[in-house]
Write a protein that binds this ligand. Structure first.
Ligand SMILES: CC(C)(COP(=O)(O)OP(=O)(O)OC[C@H]1O[C@@H](n2cnc3c(N)ncnc32)[C@H](O)[C@@H]1OP(=O)(O)O)[C@@H](O)C(=O)NCCC(=O)NCCS
Length: 434
């Protein structure tokens, strides 16, 4: 069954489930909001419901109820590959069902058919100054594609609101199909003298990015397959997913919604953080003149670094309280393919020593590594050294999750988001009990 038919087969039940909750428990109080939370980024306040993924303090991310090891084991693989086909992952995210190999292949074929990127997209990027950040080019390319939105065109002529989601799905398949070509050729524009490379029809979605940037090593293709799974979704309330969801709630189409999300991902407190970690590891190595420090040297260095008020990138997490399983999956990959790489050896040493040091500070809620602690090391090993591109890789994967959130919100008929803001005067009067 394809994605559309599988969604149709579940839609009546999912709509009824939501309606029943609202009808029978509409006044149930889920959470209260404190003044601290109002001023503190609404931290921890539930702002929506999604079944696409969930982050649990103790086990980390689950995609459609499956842990990361389960997803990696059960999703169908490309022939001869160790890691899953993105087509199968998209099927799982969109439908909530673990696909067969045939269903995963069908999505990959669907993507190939829709992969052609109209000329105007790259023409709009070419005149940008050479120093433009690749995330700006990525967001710009997605916006340029908005001219092709099927939903926007059909909405103009009138559509039954029960049917919105089908056009969002159509746009989602069209956009995601083009992503490998878009991001690979942004890479080529910025770092390979602007050569344009077409996708290889024999390769799957994730591996095709590798191919188009001139990396034909099967191990790097497998790394990209792994990377895409690990970065595809992370609940509904992080900045990029929530931004896209919010914009989509105004019935802005998938292109407008995803460009907003990517603009959020480009912020240094969100997606841009992942380039900081590799930079930090390389700085540590250069401090020790390229040699791996021994335990004592590293411990002194880390103590001094933290005492100077700085944060160690790649460590800590707002929700997780254990080592991020996405870190562990990539660590396993590194142990297999790059055990002797000096940067990875430093990652290992920091992993042995730093949690103990962070635990000395009672305020640190999670002393363990997150996904960013190793991402860049793997890319660096395979020669993708342009750190400002790492956020684009993150966005490339994350759009699989984002388009799923936005499509399902239309399928469930969710309304425009409209929370409420207060004035300081009103808040003070509320506190005084007026
Ligand atoms: C991820 C992060 C933003 C979570 O923030 P948080 O929920 O506020 O974290 P905590 O509640 O554990 O922070 C409590 C204290 O521990 C400190 N702390 C947390 N992570 C730390 C780290 N990686 N290095 C040093 N100190 C850290 C904080 O500075 C804070 O101290 P303060 O109250 O004196 O400012 C934070 O751990 C961080 O900035 N990590 C480094 C950047 C990073 O890896 N980002 C990517 C996240 S996926």
């Amino acid at each position: 069954m394809n994605i559309e038919h599988r969604i149709i087969s579940k839609l009546t039940a999912e709509r009824a489930r939501m309606k029943k909750l609202v009808k029978e428990h509409g006044s149930f109080n889920v959470a209260e909001v404190t003044v601290e939370q109002l001023y503190g980024g609404i931290r921890g306040v539930p702002i929506g419901v999604t079944d696409i993924s969930h982050v649990n303090q103790q086990e980390g991310l689950r995609l459609r109820g499956f842990t990361i090891p389960e997803v990696l084991e059960n999703l169908p693989k490309a022939d001869g590959a160790e890691f899953p086909l993105a087509g199968g992952l998209y099927y799982l995210l969109m439908t909530g069902e673990m696909p067969t190999k045939q269903e995963a292949d069908q999505v990959e074929i669907e993507w190939k058919v829709r992969s052609n990127v109209p000329d105007h997209v790259f023409k709009s990027l070419a005149p940008m100054p050479a120093y433009t950040h690749p995330m700006t080019l990525f967001s710009q390319a997605i916006l340029a594609l908005q001219s092709e939105s099927v939903f926007a065109r059909r909405f103009y002529y009138g559509i039954d609101k029960e049917d919105y989601w089908g056009y969002y799905l159509e746009d989602s398949l069209n956009l995601t199909a083009k992503l490998p070509t878009i991001i690979a050729n942004i890479y080529n524009l910025k770092y390979r003298n602007g050569i344009f490379v077409q996708p290889n029809p024999k390769l799957d979605w994730s591996a095709n990015f590798a191919w188009m940037i001139g990396k034909h090593d099967p191990a790097y293709m497998d790394l990209m397959r792994l990377f895409v799974v690990l970065h595809s979704d992370h609940e509904g309330a992080n900045v990029s997913t929530h931004a896209s969801h919010l914009v989509g709630s105004a019935l802005s189409d998938i292109y407008l919604s995803c460009a907003s999300g990517m603009n959020g991902l480009a912020g240094p407190l969100h997606g841009l953080a992942n380039q900081e970690c590799l930079r930090w590891l390389l700085d540590v190595l250069s401090h020790f003149k390229g040699k791996l420090p021994d335990d004592e040297q590293l411990s002194i260095y880390l103590h001094e670094f933290i005492s100077s008020g700085r944060l160690i990138p790649g460590y800590g997490h707002a929700v997780l309280r254990v080592t991020d399983p996405r870190f562990l999956a990539q660590r396993e990959f590194a142990l297999k393919y790059l055990p002797d790489d000096p940067v990875f050896q430093l990652v290992e040493k920091v992993y042995q020593i730093l949690p103990g040091i962070l635990k000395e500070n009672e305020k640190v809620k999670n002393p363990w590594p997150n996904v960013d602690a190793i991402n860049g090391t793997l890319q660096h090993y395979f020669g993708l050294n342009e750190m400002d591109f790492y956020t684009v890789l993150f966005g490339f994967s994350r759009i699989l999750g984002i388009t799923t959130h936005v499509t399902w919100s239309r399928a469930l008929g969710k309304p425009i988001e409209r929370p409420k803001s207060l004035t300081t005067d009103i808040l003070e009067k509320m506190i005084e009990g007026e």
